[in-house]
Design a protein around this ligand. Structure first.
Ligand code: TGC
Ligand code: FAD
Length: 392
């Protein structure tokens, strides 16, 4: 079992940009992670199992919907606090951050933003505490980057809706109590529906044999003539902008989270390089190792600055979709590169579970694809620069 000695790099004194509250939140989440998660995460990842027993703890540290209002049992924190929580969770494992960001940004946020007051009061407090878990169904087997082409659909049957179709690659699906599902009505307009476990015709088969995000549960959502009560439709949104608005919030969290994974790889590589002796010297004394470490720290520092600024804009409600895209794309790619360099510094040990490197690297191969692939985010930036969409 690895002892978690993590210390974050802060080359540009970024801590001075954080409030006392931000630092308190970071220290609290980090201490919880070191005590509850770090000792077990490798084992759960190796067994490809999500550690369900941590859900209530995640609720207690405020990881579910931290920036939603306190009157619904949520944290009422600012956006930088939300980012810091995602960073600290992903510092341990992207799959744990996934669980929290899906719950907060993709399940609680749409219920808060697009739901009725009854829906908010019914679901949000239980989701905030972890008494209830949710998932978000947008992607389909034939519609990933192009969610607007979805074929999952519902018909108005008078006293209920009849839902048919299937969603794929859904985080938390195998154990979620509810699913926020995006589907088209008879007029072809996209709406959000809250589907509850136990509704007849609704199943959530688990996706097995993943080499990535092994400590996160992924599955399908299958709807076979599911009768959904009319009060489960999210009343205040229609169109693709509904799910896309949620993705802005989740992608922002990933931008912070990826820095966490990168910092963990850097910290592990630095410690290993100082301790590992070859040719009678610590490998940290060789120029080529120093080049790797210096470049890792440079890229982490640039990402920290970019993301902090994005957090300020988000707090002012001024962060645009292209700005969020740029940070998600840059930071995940940066983290993948840092993980690969850290793996090299660890030599053969880098491929074992003694160190977190390979787990982070494999996790990041999902993170670079979900919530919009690396190339889709590039195209969002390209469209922003030129005004010309190149998706089609
Ligand atoms: P397009 O014509 O550009 O837009 C259609 C409508 O949507 C609006 N919109 C947005 N609104 C709010 N926020 C955003 N970020 C928005 N992006 C688009 C847009 O204004 C328009 O509104 P309206 O009123 O004019 O109709 O759409 P398009 O069909 O051309 O597609 C554009 C594209 C490719 C950029 C977009 O669809 C995209 O981003 N594709 C990637 C799909 C994606 O990110 N899927 C993520 C699934 S969820 C997930 O991965 C969770 S992982 C969870 C975890 O474990 O952490
Ligand atoms: P595709 O869209 O088929 O893309 C394949 C390749 O083609 C990519 O490289 C892509 O960049 C490229 N491509 C596609 N279109 C274009 C274009 N116009 N121009 C240039 N290149 C293009 N979804 C959910 O709804 N909810 C979840 O909770 C969720 N969790 C996930 C968890 C995991 C572990 C994974 C792996 C995925 C998850 N997803 C989830 C799905 C995820 O969002 C999709 O995988 C992602 O949007 C990409 O879709 P796709 O896999 O179908 O790839």
């Amino acid at each position: 079992m690895r002892t978690d000695r993590f210390q974050h790099p802060d080359h540009y004194l970024m801590d001075e940009l954080l409030t006392e509250e931000h630092k308190l939140i970071r220290d609290t989440v980090r201490a919880w992670v070191k005590k509850e998660l770090s000792p077990i995460i490798e084992d759960y990842a190796q067994r490809a199992e999500f550690p369900k027993h941590i859900i209530r703890g995640l609720g207690e540290i405020g990881a579910f919907g931290p920036s939603l209002p306190a009157e619904y049992g949520c944290g009422g924190m600012d956006q930088i606090s939300y980012g810091i929580i995602m960073q600290e969770l992903e510092r341990c494992d992207s799959g744990i951050r996934s669980t929290a960001s899906v719950q907060g940004s993709l399940v609680m946020y749409p219920i808060y933003k697009y739901g009725s007051e009854e829906q908010r009061r019914k679901y949000l407090p239980k989701l905030a505490s972890g008494e209830m878990m949710g998932c978000f169904g947008l992607t389909e087997p034939d519609h990933g980057s192009n969610p607007g082409g979805m074929t999952t659909n519902f018909k108005d049957m008078g006293d209920h809706y009849l839902l048919n179709g299937a969603k794929m690659w859904i985080s938390n699906a195998p154990f979620a109590d509810i699913a926020v599902v995006w589907a088209k009505n008879e007029a072809g307009k996209i709406h959000g529906l809250i589907v509850e476990r136990g509704m007849e015709g609704f199943t959530t088969p688990e996706t097995h044999n993943k080499w990535s995000l092994r400590a996160s549960a992924t599955g399908e959502l299958v709807f076979d003539n599911v009768k959904v009560p009319k009060e489960n439709l999210l009343p205040n949104i229609s169109g693709l902008k509904g799910p896309m608005g949620c993705l802005d919030s989740a992608r922002y969290g990933i931008a912070w989270g990826a820095i966490g994974a990168a910092m963990d790889c850097y910290d592990s590589a630095l410690n290993y390089a100082k301790e590992r002796v070859q040719f009678d010297k610590p490998i940290a004394a060789f120029q080529l190792t120093q080049k790797k470490l210096a470049e890792m720290l440079t890229e982490i520092t640039k990402a920290q600055l970019l993301t902090w600024r994005l957090g300020v804009l988000k707090n002012e409600d001024r962060a645009s979709t292209p700005q969020i895209s740029m940070a998600k794309r840059n930071n995940v790619e940066m983290a993948l590169h840092v993980a690969r360099e850290a793996r090299q510094i660890h030599g053969g040990m880098g491929i074992t579970g003694e160190y977190p490197i390979m787990r982070h690297m494999m996790n990041l191969e999902s993170v670079v694809t979900y919530e919009g692939t690396h190339d889709i985010h590039l195209l969002i930036t390209g469209m922003d620069i030129t005004g010309m969409p190149a998706f089609r």
